[in-house]
Design a protein around this ligand. Structure first.
Ligand SMILES: [Zn+2]
Length: 424
C-alpha cells in the first residue's frame, strides 16, 4: 500500500512530465518534499539580519495575517468535520488535498504532535492549533493571525449539502480560540448567505467579536452575484464587517466545484451594497468569462477582471485584496505584477493561506533566486527558517522579494488597522 510520502512523490513525478512553466511543485536544492515540522526556531535564525530586516519599518502589533485556515476533526468537541471523501483514496484529488493540509500543519500523525504539545486528546483540532500557536509565538509580541471558520456547502433552497462539502470549521471554534489567545488570534466567521438563519448567525458572530466573514464560493456553492445574497450584504454593510472571499481558480479545496462562482466580476453585487470586499489571492490563477461582454463573453485571466474592479473609482474605498499564496510557484508571476503596481499597495493586505506555506513543494526559493527576485545567500536562510516555521518563512520571503529594486510596501503588512479592534 502506498504511504503518504510515496503518494506525494508520485504525484510530483507525474507533474515533472508536464511543461516546465506549468509545474505546480518543485523540490528545492537541499530541501525535501515534505514539511520536516521542526519546532523551536534557533536563535541564529530568529535574530538573523534577514529576519530583522523583514521586521524593520513595521509595528509588529499591526502585523496580522489576514488569511489563516483552521482545520479539525471535531475530537476536542469543536464540531469540526472533514468530508469522508477527503479521507478515502477512492477520491484521489480530495485525499491528496487532505495529505497536503495535514503535512502543512504538521498533524499528519506520523510525527505525533509537534510544537512541544505532547499527546493531546483533542485529536486533529488541538494538534493543529498547538502547532499554529507555537509558530505564531515565534513572531514578535503583538503580531497575530485571523483564523478562518469554514461553512458547509448549501443548496439554493438553503439546505445543507454534505455530499458536496469539503470540510467544516464552525464559527464558534474560531471564536473560542480567539477568546483563549486574544493577543495572537482573531476570529473570522464563515456564513453561507443562502442559509435561512444567515443574518441571525451574522449578528451572533459580530456580537462575538469576529473581524470579517470568509467565503470560498466555488467550494461552498455561493454565487456572489445572486439576489439571494442581498439581505446578507445589507446586514454586512450595516455591521461594517468585510467579506474575505476567494476569486479566480481554486485548486486547494474542491467542494461543490463551481469554478464560475469565483469570477471577480460577480463581486460587484457585494461592492454595490457597500460591503468592503477583500479578494483573496488578488484573483490570481485561472480564467473567467468576461461577463461585461455578456453571459457568453470570452474567457480572460481572472486577474484581469480583478484589475478592472480595482481600476473602478466607485470601488476605491471598499475593494481590497490579500496577497496570500502569491509566492507559490504557480502564482509567483502575479506577485511580480503586484510589486510593479505600487498604486495598489495601500489596498492590499498580507495573509499566508496557512497551512499552505507548510506544503513544501508549492514554494520554491530557488525559483526566486533564478528569477533574480532574491539573493542566493538569503535563499539558504529562508530554507532553514521554512523547516521550523513556515509562517515566518512566508512573511520573510515576501518582505525580502525585490523586482527591479521595487518591493511590497510596508503598508501591506500592517493589516490590523484595516479591521475592527478586538472586542471579545
Ligand atoms: Zn485560503
Amino acid at each position: 500500500m502506498m504511504n503518504r510520502r510515496d503518494f506525494l512523490a508520485s504525484l510530483c513525478l507525474c507533474c515533472l512530465s508536464g511543461a516546465a512553466d506549468a509545474l505546480p511543485f518543485r523540490k528545492d536544492e537541499g530541501a525535501g518534499w515534505m514539511n520536516t515540522c521542526k519546532s523551536g526556531l534557533p536563535d541564529h535564525l530568529r535574530n538573523h539580519p534577514l529576519v530583522a530586516a523583514a521586521w524593520s519599518g513595521l509595528n509588529p502589533a499591526l502585523v496580522w495575517d489576514v488569511h489563516t485556515h483552521l482545520l479539525g476533526d471535531g475530537a476536542s468537541g469543536s464540531d469540526c468535520w472533514i468530508s469522508p471523501k477527503m479521507q478515502s483514496i477512492i477520491y484521489p484529488q480530495q485525499f491528496m488535498q487532505r495529505q497536503f493540509f495535514e503535512n502543512g500543519g504538521c498533524v499528519d500523525g506520523e510525527r505525533g504532535n509537534p510544537g512541544g504539545q505532547g499527546n493531546l486528546e483533542g485529536g486533529l483540532d488541538d494538534a493543529y492549533l498547538g502547532r499554529l500557536a507555537h509558530l505564531i509565538d515565534e513572531f514578535p509580541m503583538g503580531a497575530g493571525a485571523m483564523l478562518f471558520a469554514f461553512d458547509h456547502t448549501y443548496t439554493e433552497d438553503g439546505s445543507k449539502d454534505l455530499s458536496r462539502a469539503a470540510f467544516h470549521v464552525p464559527n464558534l471554534h474560531a471564536i473560542n480560540i480567539a477568546k483563549r489567545f486574544p493577543g495572537r488570534f482573531r476570529a473570522v466567521a464563515s456564513i453561507h448567505p443562502y442559509r435561512l438563519d444567515a443574518v441571525a448567525e451574522l449578528k451572533l458572530a459580530a456580537a462575538n467579536g469576529v473581524v470579517a466573514i470568509k467565503w470560498l464560493p466555488s467550494a461552498m456553492g455561493i454565487d456572489p452575484a445572486s439576489p439571494r445574497c442581498d439581505l446578507f450584504y445589507e446586514a454586512m454593510a450595516n455591521l461594517k464587517l468585510p467579506l474575505i472571499t476567494h476569486a479566480g481558480q481554486e485548486r486547494a479545496v474542491k467542494g461543490a466545484h463551481q469554478q464560475h462562482f469565483g469570477n471577480p466580476l460577480k463581486l460587484r453585487r457585494a461592492l454595490d451594497h457597500g460591503v468592503r470586499v477583500v479578494v483573496a489571492h488578488c484573483a490570481s490563477m485561472g480564467e473567467d468569462r468576461d461577463l461585461d461582454r455578456g453571459s457568453n463573453g470570452k474567457y480572460v485571466e481572472s486577474f484581469e477582471l480583478f484589475a478592472r474592479l480595482m481600476a473602478d473609482s466607485r470601488y476605491e474605498k471598499n475593494l481590497n485584496a490579500d496577497i496570500s499564496a502569491l509566492p507559490q510557484i504557480n502564482r509567483a508571476h502575479y506577485l511580480v505584477k503586484i510589486i510593479e503596481r505600487p498604486e495598489w499597495h495601500d489596498r492590499l493586505l498580507n495573509g499566508s493561506d496557512y497551512p499552505l506555506p507548510g506544503v513544501i513543494p508549492l514554494f520554491s526559493v530557488d525559483l526566486f533566486v533564478e528569477k533574480g527576485w532574491l539573493a542566493k545567500g538569503d535563499a539558504t536562510v529562508l530554507k532553514q527558517i521554512r523547516e521550523y516555521n513556515p509562517l515566518l518563512f512566508d512573511f520573510v520571503l515576501k518582505r525580502s522579494a525585490r523586482v527591479g529594486g521595487k518591493k511590497l510596501s510596508d503598508c501591506i503588512f500592517e493589516t490590523a488597522k484595516r479591521f475592527k479592534p478586538i472586542e471579545i
